[in-house]
Design a protein. Structure first.
Length: 123
């Protein structure tokens, strides 16, 4: 992979920082640190450059409502911060009690893109 650059525009002065520099992860964390306070209805977990959102409900209709609300909040936050989601790396996992044989997998759409389900996720 070639050298990637992160462009920074601060008060009209444009600079860049190589993505492999120490500065890039710090800038990324500073940039997204307000995401959890902007997402209501789900628990947001930030770890390095991964973001996880956990949404819980005991009934399918409540779960679907919460998912739609969180997806709208995420869409608003991404739009406000001029960011886009890499849909190739965005996945969903459905957890349920082992006694519950009906594994709900509601449709999850983010900005007109279907988010796919996976059986495992690596951090």
């Amino acid at each position: 992979m070639g050298l990637r650059k992160v462009y920074i525009n601060f008060k009209g002065n444009e600079r860049w920082s190589p993505s492999s520099s120490v500065l890039s992860p710090v800038l990324f964390l500073l940039y997204i640190n307000d995401l959890p306070i902007n997402i209501q209805g789900g628990r947001t977990i930030l770890f390095a450059n991964d973001t996880n959102i956990q949404i819980e409900a005991t009934k399918a209709n409540i779960l679907n409502k919460k998912i739609k609300e969180v997806m709208q909040q995420l869409s608003n936050w991404f739009y406000s911060n001029k960011l886009v989601i890499n849909t190739d790396k965005t996945t969903v996992i459905s957890f349920h009690a082992w006694q519950n044989k009906s594994n709900l997998k509601p449709e999850i759409v983010f900005q007109d893109m279907d988010i796919r389900y996976k059986n495992e996720r690596k951090f």
